[in-house]
Design a protein around this ligand. Structure first.
Ligand code: ZN
Length: 471
């Protein structure tokens, strides 16, 4: 008999950690970070302590109390019971967003992670740029406790098995079929899971109004064909019906930049390659260059390894690398981290600094946001249009950052504009999808309004950590 336990994504957007059990076969679908619960206890400067391994996360309920799933080094470090073999056979990762992927960091490395090929490139791109952080050790990790003498030892590489649409992945009693979907990050999939006595469909995160609506259509058609007993569905935008398409974002931002004088700042999530291409296209059309950070360049380099991602190359003439002031403030090599120095030495790329942008503001679109806004103190743009290309803030921390950003905008006297296309389906499209898939039971997750799905059929309102079976 199949059972499902949601250890996250319950009454909240993200944090999906879904345990599916069929006899002695057990898999997790996603193992993400819950922004909501994390924000209840932690913030930028108060983090779960790496020094305490997994204990801070268990104590605050950021990861569930489960035996046989966590890294042995962390359990041992915490003086907890260490298992011989993991109790879970695999993780099926739907897409590389933090709220679905990040807490894979804590899982036993003997649990293989299945994901799309592009998704793995994105994960490597994120981890390749930045300091090692215990909550972001998805691709590889350093064993804890981490002593100084071990700093130079190579990290433990996690086992990834990549899939493509239509592959049939056999894990114990289950056969899992991934099907691509369109979302605000490449490498996103939904799953159809055939178990011994039932079939489960899982949407992951998806939309129908994006640039690759056909991919989501493929998932819906496949899920409908399989007549699932249970549909685990996201519901991020319950009650919201208005959409901007990516083409509309491009048209709108093109108009804004065309009519602007001086510098333009484009503030968007770099993992959203559709948005990146939107601003790249605009830059080309307007004869400007996109000035990106070393961190974004690392992502671009990893995506360049993947033909399917279809992103422009770093050495493309319309992209330049912005070198920010760091440490000594003298642009000295020693001021930068290893990954930054590597990127700066890429053959064929142009590196610019704040002075160059100050002298030629009309030649650039600066790709940056709240966390790089103080670089503008060095630029002091006389005229500047700031394009905010994200969804509205949806939690307290984001709202506070948004308010601070507004203060900077006023301080610089910038012209503030907003333009965005959501990564999630609107409510009308969602209802249409659920009707077509026509599952016997709907399980709304990744939503703050699960009860709204009751008008669409028989629903199960899950509770955090509650195990339920097909009725
Ligand atoms: Zn997502």
């Amino acid at each position: 008999m199949v059972s499902i336990t949601c250890h996250g994504g319950v009454g909240e957007i993200g944090g999906n950690k879904i345990l599916v059990e069929d006899g002695d076969t057990r898999i997790f679908i996603d193992f993400g970070m819950s922004f909501g619960r994390r924000g209840m206890f932690f913030e930028e400067y108060l983090k779960p302590r790496a020094a305490n391994g997994i204990v801070d996360l268990l104590f605050t309920g950021l990861v569930p109390e489960l035996e046989g799933v966590y890294r042995k080094d962390l359990l041992k470090h915490a003086g907890m019971k260490v298992h011989d073999y993991p109790s879970v056979d695999a993780v099926m990762l739907s897409h590389p967003h933090a709220d679905h992927a990040n807490y894979i960091s804590f899982l036993d490395e003997d649990i293989p992670v299945y994901c799309g090929e592009t998704a793995l490139h994105v994960l490597k791109g994120v981890q390749g740029a930045g300091m090692r952080d215990i909550e972001r050790e998805i691709v590889n990790f350093k064993r804890r406790p981490l002593m100084k003498k071990d700093y130079r030892n190579p990290p433990v590489e996690r086992e990834f098995r990549t899939f493509r649409t239509g592959n049939k992945i056999k894990i114990g009693n289950m056969e899992i079929v991934p099907v691509h979907v369109d979302h605000s990050v490449p490498g996103a999939y939904g799953f159809v899971i055939h178990c011994s006595d039932s079939t489960i469909a899982y949407t992951g995160d998806l939309r129908m109004h994006g640039t690759r609506a056909g991919m989501t259509e493929d998932f819906i058609a496949k899920a409908a064909d399989e007549k699932p007993d249970i549909l685990l569905t996201e519901g991020t935008r319950v009650g919201q019906d208005r959409d901007q398409s990516e083409a509309m974002v491009q048209e709108e931002c093109d108009r804004i930049i065309d009519s602007s004088r001086g510098l333009n700042i484009a503030d968007f999530n770099f993992k959203d390659t559709d948005r990146f291409k939107t601003f790249y296209n605009i830059a080309k059309k307007q004869g400007r260059k996109l000035a990106i950070s070393a961190r974004d360049a690392v992502m671009l380099k990893h995506l360049a390894d993947d033909a399917k991602a279809e992103v422009p190359l770093l050495k493309d003439g319309s992209i330049v690398l912005f070198k920010h002031k760091a440490a000594s403030g003298t642009y000295s090599d020693e001021d930068y981290q290893t990954y930054e120095r590597e990127v700066f030495s890429t053959p064929g790329i142009t590196i610019i600094d704040a002075e160059e942008i100050r002298d030629h503001p009309n030649e650039y679109i600066f790709v940056g946001g709240f966390y790089s806004i103080n670089d503008m103190i060095d630029v002091r743009p006389e005229k500047c249009t700031y394009i905010y290309s994200h969804s509205e803030p949806f939690n307290e921390e984001m709202a506070m950052d948004f308010d601070r950003l507004q203060n900077w905008i006023r301080l610089f006297g910038m012209d503030f504009r907003q333009s965005h296309c959501s990564g999630h389906a609107n409510w009308a499209d969602m209802k249409e999808m659920i009707k077509r898939i026509d599952a016997k039971l709907i399980v709304p997750i990744h939503t703050e309004k699960p009860e709204a799905f009751a008008e669409l059929g028989k629903i199960k309102l899950v509770r955090q950590g509650e195990r339920f079976q097909k009725i």
